[in-house]
Design a protein around this ligand. Structure first.
Ligand SMILES: Cc1cc2nc3c(=O)[nH]c(=O)nc-3n(C[C@H](O)[C@H](O)[C@H](O)COP(=O)(O)OP(=O)(O)OC[C@H]3O[C@@H](n4cnc5c(N)ncnc54)[C@H](O)[C@@H]3O)c2cc1C
Length: 318
């Protein structure tokens, strides 16, 4: 069996493994975790979300969705097409999202904090439980499955399953002007952003003051977690002991990968959103929830490319 067929098999094994009514935990209440929790609830799962810090995750007041300065592949296009519908609905319901047309399609400036608030309110109305504490591995036994949407953070005391595959892009200090988070928002176009790689906040501020002379500007900064191939990592993390792709393949050619992962309390990763959480998360959350509950088949060709197992070592060919 070719590598691609095997990756497809392990994703296919996940179809319908968490039918409606099962109780799952989502670790991480950033924008990825909130979208995921909403989609899982909509598919009839019971969801408990763990978030010890701020709901909404990385504190960035204004974010872009479906925005790209260059041509991208099929995955990005599909995610953007799906997410554009969501943002158009938000605009239609009077929500503060501003749309701009570019050569690469329509993109959106989104008030990220109020989006997080809106998602949380909707979840609370749906009877959703939020626990303001970290999720520890030992809690996995209380659930039928658990999801890690912990962004650039990892479970305390645990090695990141993504360590081999990710890099943290440090020191992006960004300024935006025209954003008035307290008194309602005037959404600026992209041109009014300054993103400086590896700059100190003071240097970024000096640059922003030059660019936005006389205007009030806002600093937002943080780390962005990206994978080696810049794609998210979506899928069950290999059960303990499976350290290389070859071992994994041997073990799971005949067994069901997802059933085994659940039995061994392996997490389902929903991470590595890189620079595009607002483009990827709505699309991936809907797809993952539909797939895991057995409600709808998604494009497995596309999604099997995102399996975290793609980062496992391969033994040298003999
Ligand atoms: C300066 C900057 C500008 C950006 N601009 C954009 C943009 O315009 N558009 C865009 O789409 N993306 C943008 N990004 C990227 C985007 O911010 C990230 O992709 C996004 O924040 C990732 O969301 P997340 O929910 O995966 O992770 P996070 O926002 O990091 O949230 C993870 C959450 O998990 C929690 N957590 C960690 N460990 C545990 C645990 N054990 N138990 C429970 N909870 C836990 C953390 O407290 C945190 O709240 C930008 C990033 C930066 C830094």
């Amino acid at each position: 069996m070719k590598r691609r067929e095997f990756l497809q098999k392990i994703w296919n094994d996940s179809f319908g493994v968490l039918p409606p009514g099962k109780h799952v935990a989502v670790a991480g209440g950033g924008l990825a975790g909130l979208h995921l929790a909403e989609a899982l609830l909509q598919r009839g799962l019971r969801v408990t979300l763990y978030e010890p810090r701020c709901i909404g995750g990385v504190r960035i007041p204004l974010m872009h969705a479906c925005q790209t300065p260059k041509l991208r592949g099929a995955f990005w296009e599909n995610a953007a097409a799906f997410s554009r519908q969501r943002y158009e609905q938000l605009i239609a319901s009077g929500y503060l999202v501003r749309a701009t047309d570019s050569a690469f399609g329509r993109y959106y400036a989104v008030n990220a904090r109020s989006l997080a608030r809106r998602l949380t309110e909707r979840l609370c109305r749906a009877g959703f439980v939020i626990r303001r504490q970290p999720f520890f591995e030992s809690e996995a036994q209380n659930y039928d499955g658990h999801f890690l949407a912990t962004g650039a953070s990892f479970l305390p005391g645990e090695k990141s399953p993504l360590l081999r595959a990710t890099q943290i892009v440090p020191g992006h200090a960004s300024y935006a002007t025209g954003v008035n988070v307290k008194e309602g928002i005037v959404l600026p176009p992209r041109a009014e952003f300054v993103h400086l790689r590896d700059a100190t906040p003071a240097a970024a501020k000096a640059e922003a003051l030059q660019v936005f002379a006389g205007k009030r500007s806002f600093l937002f900064h943080g780390q962005r977690l990206v994978t080696r191939d810049r794609l998210p990592a979506i899928g069950f993390y290999p059960p303990a002991g499976e350290n290389s792709y070859d071992e994994l393949r041997l073990t799971f050619l005949k067994k069901n990968y997802a059933v085994d992962s659940l039995a061994q309390e392996s997490p389902f990763l929903f991470q590595g959103m890189g620079y595009h959480v607002l483009t990827y998360a709505p699309f991936l959350a809907a797809a993952v929830a539909a797939w895991l509950t057995g409600a709808d088949k998604m494009d497995e060709n596309l999604i099997c490319n995102l399996s975290p197992t793609r980062f496992l070592y391969r033994n040298a060919r003999r």
